[in-house]
Design a protein around this ligand. Structure first.
Ligand code: H79
Length: 449
């Protein structure tokens, strides 16, 4: 069965995802203690002995999954994805495959289980991020820095006693546990396949026994949706976009720290589902010195931009070593939440306005999202007087409302527009027309043709 949304053809199980549009990414783990980002072990080429102390002291005493879930819901987020395991191999769940897990630290708790329970209770869809690479496992052919592992690529032939298949058994078993022991998962976010920059070998797809992995996932979690990173991350959109899907192609494309300038089409010109993953500052994992937070107004613009191009936004928070969200992250979530409380109709269930293939052009004054017959004009800029509603059929306008308070907006009848008889102008009243540029969204209802 196919589901048609925004001219994106997908399975029923993608329906919630295409509707919900806005999610929370959570990067939490041992790296929250050194607080220099989630790549710290690799970046600083830390041997195991230097990383082990973080495991020995891991005790995020203020961790409260319900507080996280409330913050996400109040921000208007509809789903959340937590790092069950990042590249450092540390498991936030009670796996039987290793002791390198939260339940063996002083904290002693299954963070994945608490996360899932709390977020489900707040009505959010739940997802788990799982890194297929592993800097901790003795059979994973790498050591921890960015380049050394690739001298020892499994596909290039190991130069020591490491048995890559043994690692794959372990990795598959962990995914099996996650898909078996934690109830229904809505989303799995695998990270990440890549090309070796050293020898060019492809650490993609079947290198990870991806067909076998996905058929297990499908069997255990028939409704789950997955990202496309068993085959790509960064270079290209994957086999679904090439219209030649592998068994492990995944359901959505995952542009990282970028919003695709023209949205994403497959080789036949059909829009694909995609999700930009974006950080609030410049790190995924908590970084105590990184105060380079984007203003909430910009992040709201980015959410609108994603939806206007037919995509989702998943915005990251990296909780600190006590288990709390950083203060700036909380403030940003609150500000976004205030906007969503007023304007989320322009986000949920909405998509791009264009009728045909995605139009890369955007209006000069803002962006447009659309849900069926309602167009949402997000005004970022004062017009010099009434706002020209470019692209809206003038004689089919049924109503215009200011979304934030539901108030009627009338069409302008000013003589100054008589040179543009085909364009409707919305009269937002006397100056200042846009007291808060971010919060001025017009809902324009169009009559059926
Ligand atoms: O979890 C966040 C990041 O830590 C993770 N994805 C998001 C969601 C991420 N891991 N890696 N990357 C993003 C990109 C890294 C690419 C490179 Fe490399 C690392 C280029 C060079 C070193 C991978 C390894 C490709 C070549 C070697």
């Amino acid at each position: 069965m196919t589901y048609q949304f925004d001219r994106v053809r997908y399975n029923e199980r993608m329906k919630w995802y295409l509707h919900d549009r806005f999610g929370l990414f959570l990067h939490f783990g041992l790296y929250s203690i050194p607080a220099r980002g989630e790549w710290v072990r690799s970046d600083e080429e830390m041997p195991e002995e230097l990383y082990q102390p973080y495991f020995d002291e891991f005790n995020p005493y203020a961790f409260d999954a319900r507080a996280w879930a409330r913050a996400a819901r109040e921000a208007g987020m509809k789903y959340a994805v937590l790092t069950a395991k990042h590249h450092d191999g540390f498991c936030l769940f009670d796996t039987q495959t290793t002791d390198w897990k939260s339940t063996k630290t002083p904290f002693g708790r299954d963070i994945v289980a608490e996360f899932l329970e709390a977020f489900r209770a707040e009505g959010l869809k739940v997802g788990l991020y799982y890194s297929i690479i592993d800097w901790h496992h003795p059979d994973f052919p790498q050591y921890g820095d960015r380049q050394a592992p690739l001298r020892n690529d499994p596909v290039a032939g190991c130069n020591d006693k490491r048995d890559f298949n043994r690692y794959l058994d372990y990795m598959h078993e962990q995914v099996r546990e996650l898909c078996t022991n934690y109830g229904k998962l809505d989303l799995l976010w695998f990270d990440f396949a890549y090309d070796s920059p050293v020898n060019g070998m492809k650490m993609r797809g079947e290198t990870w026994r991806a067909t076998e992995l996905m058929s297990m996932v499908r069997e255990l979690q028939p409704q789950v949706i997955t990202d496309n990173r068993l085959e790509v991350s960064g270079e290209g959109y994957g086999s679904l976009a090439e219209c030649n899907p592998t068994p492990y192609h995944g359901d959505f494309v995952t542009p990282e720290r970028i919003i695709p300038p023209t949205g994403i089409l497959d080789a036949e010109g059909n829009p694909l589902a995609w999700e930009s993953c974006i950080t609030m500052n410049d790190n995924w994992g908590y970084c105590s010195t990184d105060t380079n937070y984007k203003p909430s107004s910009l992040l709201i613009h980015k959410l609108v931009e994603c939806v206007s191009k037919g995509g989702n936004l998943i915005l990251n928070v990296g909780p600190d070593a006590t288990g709390r969200f950083p203060e700036q992250s909380c403030a940003i979530l609150k500000e976004i939440g205030a906007w969503m409380a007023r304007n989320s109709q322009s986000i949920y269930g909405a998509g791009m306005a264009a009728g045909g293939p995605i139009e890369p052009e955007r209006p000069e004054w803002g962006r447009i999202t659309r849900n069926g017959n309602t167009y949402y004009f997000h005004l970022y800029e004062n017009a010099l007087g009434p706002v020209p509603l470019m692209g809206v059929p003038k004689d089919r306008i049924e109503s215009i409302r200011l979304l934030r308070d539901g108030s009627e907006v009338k069409l302008s009848t000013s003589w100054t527009h008589s040179d543009y008889p085909d364009i409707a102008f919305a009269d937002l009243g006397p100056s200042p027309y846009l007291p808060d540029p971010v919060d001025t969204v017009l809902a324009i209802k169009i009559k059926e043709n």
